[in-house]
Structure formats: C-alpha cells, structure tokens
Design a protein around this ligand. Structure first.
Ligand code: 5AD
Ligand code: SF4
Length: 436
C-alpha cells in the first residue's frame, strides 16, 4: 500500500478540502500515516491569507528534504498563488495543485505514479460540480458541507479571489443530499461553508437564496445543529435572522467579519459598507428572539489607519460586545489592490494595536461569559480531558463548556444539559447532573 501524510494549514474550507483529498487518496488505495517519515507521498494543504501562513509551508519543505522515492505535493492557496514558482523555490516538490483542481486530483496522481516530476493542477476556471463522493470525515458528529466556492468581492487586502477564483454556488439538491446522507450516518451537526455564504444562489431551477437553503438544511431530519461561515456584511440580509427565529436547529451564532470600526478604513479596504450599515445588522441580531452570539474578524494596521481610526475599532468592540473575535496585523499580499498603498505602519505599532485590541476584548468576553453563570446550556459532548477529569462540551453559541458529570460515561457526540458554574474569558465550566 502507498502511504500518504497530509498537514493542513488555514481555514475550515481548507480542513474540509483535506477531507476530500484524503477521501480521493483512500479511494485510490493510499493509506494515511501520521508522520512524513513513514509516507511515500507528503502533502501540505496550504494557506496564504497572511505572509506568516505562507512561510510555514516553505519552512516545512526545507525541514523535510527529499529522500529517495518520496513525493512532495503542495496543495491549496499557496499552490494556486505561487504556481510553478514553487518548483524553483523547493525543487523536491513534484505536485502543485490549487483547490479548484481537486476534482482532477485522481488524474494528477496517475501522472505522479507514472513518474511525473512536475505535475500541476492550477486552472481556476473550474467546472466544479462539488460531487466528491469520497470525502473522509474524521469527526463522526460534525460535518462540513461546501455550499459555495470562491469569492467575487475585491477586499483590498485579500488574496482569496486569486487563490480560490470566482464564486460558484452548488445546486441545492446536491447540498440537501449530502446533509441527508450525513444525518443517516449519525451526524447531528452541520456547518455550511463558503467564502461568502450570503451570496449563495442556487444554480438549479429551484433558485434558492441563502436564507431558503439555510431553512431547508435546518429541517433535515436528525440534524440538531446547523452553523454557517463565513458571512459578508454587505450581503447579509435580515431574512437570515428571520429564518433563525423560526428554525430551532440553527445555532445561536453568527460570525460577521467587520475588519475595522472606521468607515474611512472600510472604504479603503473596499468592503462596500459603512460602520452604520454594519451596526444595523448587529441591531437585527440583537433584536432577535434568539440569544445570538456574535463574533468577528478584525485587521489592525491597514495602510492609512490612524490612531483615531483604531480608536473607532475599539469603540465598535464596546458597542457590539462581541462574544469572540479573531484579530490580525495587516499583512501585504501578492496581487491584492492594497499593494498599491504604502504599508507604512511599523510592525511594532501594529503589534501594539493588536495587544490593546485583544486586551479590550478579553474584558468584554469575561463579562459576557460571566453573565451565563447560573444558566443551563445544552452541550454537545465533544471529548474528554482525562487529566482534569472533565468532559469537553460546546454550546449552541459555540462556547466551550467544560463540565464534570455524575456518571463517568458521557457519550461523546451526545447532547446534555449543563449548569454553568464558572466563567473565564475563553470558556465556561459547569456541572451536568445526569449520569448518562
Ligand atoms: N492581512 C491580515 N489579515 C487578513 N485577513 C485577510 N487578509 C488579510 C491580510 N492581508 C483576515 C481577515 C479575514 C480573515 C480570514 O483573515 O480578517 O476576515
Ligand atoms: Fe487561507 Fe483564505 Fe485559503 Fe482559507 S481561503 S486557506 S484562509 S488563504
């Protein structure tokens, strides 16, 4: 048997892509191993969202130099961005494949198996049918489903349109087939994936928009939790909140990346919304009868961001009171419109802004988590922390809720009521009264 090793960097889209790649390889008779040393085929599924992420793959490639007969492949966003230049930077690489070419991975492997030295799959005009019969999911309870690939926005900082190409929506029937198949296989949670799920448009005659699709997935028998990521504020319509209000299985969670609290910086970022537009969406969420946890992404130090602009991002944190944030220092990326702007803010200053931001958010999170002490939350049991004698659970709001239970046997993948007894900035702790 041929053995492969794969390491995945980046977002959930990449994690799910790797599941498809693993499925394809296993179908072709490859077996997965846990170290590059044991493997005949070493694959890195890469991310290029920031320079640091991109550097990781070149670091890995230099750590793992060619050994006789071993094939190295670079997949994903760095593959698409750098293309054949990867062969120059790392001559021991034999395979370079962007995500739009995964449906052709089988053919590309045949070329590799028959001795191909520089095999590429780099076309971005994919005729992606999303039909990936061979997805190999690791988690038996939560399943990702791709609903839309690529991105047609042109945010000034973002490399994704260049690494994942134009938007392509998947037919609703195909999505629902996959959701039903997951439910039949015992999955209870589904996460719908896309770079901009809100611009989903069913290409089949049914013609659903995202809200319609969400409602249908929420009604799939056996599915208890549905999440989706990622949303773009400009395309985020009120009807999504309305669907959430009437569909219990949709989780109390929305991730709505804002990037900056300054309308001036948002314009420079080509985000196509103002701070007020964004706040209107937050108000819809807060007016919902669901207790929606809101999270976001923020970039500090975008070209032209003044101290005052940054202060506006801080005041946005206070105004929204996010349940969690992901925050980053601006990193100039190849091909992006922002390259034309001078990246003038020194790295130390970006680092300082990031620290101030994260400090401010930490206090907000602690406050919001503390407000949940004394409430009951339904937790999906995700695992066991034996060292601490705790079960690891996750709430509908996507909070980690570690808990102790009367019985020693909690079924992983089960749902239990947990009383929240303590809170930290990043997680909750509690007690489950029932021994299951
Ligand atoms: N520099 C820093 N952060 C970035 N992101 C995207 N591009 C860049 C960049 N060039 C962040 C955004 C996005 C998240 C996935 O990564 O906040 O929402
Ligand atoms: Fe990284 Fe973006 Fe590619 Fe995801 S889509 S792997 S975040 S560059």
């Amino acid at each position: 048997m041929k053995r492969f090793y794969i390491e995945t960097f980046g977002c959930q889209m990449n994690v799910h892509d790797s599941e498809k790649v693993i499925g394809t390889l296993e179908e072709r008779g490859y077996g997965q191993v846990q170290t590059p040393e044991e493997a005949d085929l070493v694959l890195y599924n890469t991310c290029s969202i920031r320079d640091k992420a991109e550097q990781k793959v070149f670091q890995r490639l230099s750590e793992n130099k060619k050994s006789k007969g071993k094939v190295f492949g670079v997949l994903g966003c760095v593959a698409q961005q750098e293309g054949e230049r990867i062969f120059d930077k790392a001559p021991h690489v034999n395979l370079v494949v962007g995500s739009a070419s995964y449906p052709k991975l089988g053919e590309l492997l045949v070329q590799i198996e028959s001795g191909g030295r520089r095999v590429t799959g780099l076309s971005l005009d994919s005729d992606d049918t999303f039909e990936t019969a061979a997805t190999r999911r690791d988690n038996p309870h939560k399943g990702y489903i791709t609903i839309i690939e690529g991105c047609d926005k042109s945010c000034a900082y973002c490399v994704v349109p260049f690494t994942r190409g134009h938007e392509r929506s998947r037919a609703s029937a195909s999505i629902l087939d996959e959701a039903n198949a997951l439910a039949r296989a015992g999955y209870t949670e589904i996460q719908l994936l896309g770079q901009n799920v809100n611009s989903y448009r069913d290409p089949s005659p049914a013609g659903w928009d995202f809200a319609g699709l969400l409602e249908a997935v929420g009604r799939v028998e056996g599915i208890r939790r549905v999440r989706f990521t990622t949303s773009h504020p400009r395309d985020f319509g009120r009807e999504i909140i309305e669907v959430m209000d009437r569909t219990e299985t949709l989780c109390n969670q929305i991730h709505l990346p804002v990037q900056s609290g300054s309308t001036k910086v948002l314009a420079a970022m080509q985000r196509q919304y103002t701070r007020d537009d964004y706040m209107r969406r937050i108000e819809w969420m807060k007016a919902s009868k669901r207790d929606i946890a809101i999270s976001t992404d923020i970039i500090v130090g975008f070209p032209g961001e003044t101290e005052e602009d940054f202060e506006q991002t801080l005041s946005l944190l206070d105004e929204v009171e996010y349940d969690s944030i992901f925050s980053f220092k601006y990193s100039a990326r190849p091909n992006t419109p922002a390259l034309a702007l001078e990246d003038h803010i020194p790295d130390e200053e970006k680092g300082r802004r990031l620290m101030v931001l994260q400090e401010r958010q930490r206090a907000i999170q602690l406050r919001r988590n503390t407000a949940l002490v004394g409430t009951w939350q339904e937790a999906l049991v995700e695992g066991r922390n034996s060292a601490r004698g705790q079960w690891i659970g996750r709430t509908s709001q996507n909070r980690v809720l570690n808990f102790v239970a009367a019985g020693s046997e909690q079924p992983i993948g089960g749902y239990v009521p947990v009383l929240v007894t303590r809170a930290g900035p990043n997680s909750l702790a509690g007690e489950c009264a029932i021994a299951v």
